[in-house]
Design a protein around this ligand. Structure first.
Ligand SMILES: *Cc1c(COP(=O)(O)O)cnc(C)c1O
Length: 226
């Protein structure tokens, strides 16, 4: 897996360089859904510090056995009734996509030990099967959650559709970047410092388009056998 890390980090650095960005402005998050605690610890020993999980129950099982100095990110769809299990354990939730969840997180602020840092997931491609706020509703959504001080919005996240040709994702990532710029101009109270975009198939394009967090599973852990 060391070879995978070296390869991914090099490709991130080259993509950043192509557009005059610094590699250090892009944080690599290893997506560990379906991977064992042992696999995570192996990557950790090779220098990976941040891991992303999709499912609450699976995350909790690993959280309980893995060394505590992992920076955990929650990147999957989060059900309201499960949010409490993440309290105090998660650095950043990438997938806030509805007002009810925001309200629950706000109420759990004390349990979490302070405000939750979240990204708003935007369904840029407008795929009916995907979660995320519709781009045209983002502005209102940010207004609606603005007085929930238990929820600190730190940026935006999107998942591009799978295309054979990664270049086809570029307009999706560019649109998320533009939305971020637009929202920051419109809403002076916001500080959208993060754009979470790019996965194994398309992270170089995402970095070229301004990603600060890339979520990478297969390119690091390898393809799953099953
Ligand atoms: C699984 C997953 C990833 C990682 O996908 P890979 O193709 O394995 O890199 C990234 N983001 C989300 C939201 C995921 O569910």
């Amino acid at each position: 897996m060391l070879a995978n890390i070296v390869d991914v980090e090099k490709r991130i650095a080259l993509a950043a360089e192509r557009v005059g960005r610094k590699a250090s402005d892009v944080r690599l998050i290893a997506v560990s859904k379906g991977r064992s605690a042992a696999e995570i610890e192996e990557l950790q020993q090779q220098g990976i510090k941040a891991f992303g999980e999709n499912y609450v129950q699976e995350f909790i099982q690993k959280y309980d056995v893995i060394e505590k100095d992992v920076e955990w990110h929650f990147i999957g769809h989060l059900q309201r009734n499960k949010a409490k299990y993440l309290a105090g354990k998660i650095r950043l939730i990438h997938s806030l996509d509805n007002l009810e969840l925001a309200r629950v997180l706000h109420k759990l602020k004390v349990l979490h030990g302070g405000s939750w840092q979240v990204l708003v997931q935007v369904n840029i491609a407008e795929e009916p099967t995907k979660y995320g706020v519709h781009p045209s509703k983002l502005s209102d959504f940010l207004d609606e959650i603005s007085d929930l001080d238990g929820v600190e919005v730190c940026g935006l996240m999107t998942i591009a559709p799978f295309y054979e040709e990664p270049e086809a994702t570029r307009p999706i990532f560019r649109k998320l970047y533009e939305l971020k710029q637009e929202m920051e101009i419109k809403k002076r109270w916001l500080n959208l410092r993060h754009l979470s975009m790019g996965m194994s198939n398309d992270f170089e394009i995402a970095v070229e388009e301004g990603a600060t967090l890339v979520r990478i599973g297969r390119a690091l852990f390898g393809n799953k056998e099953n």
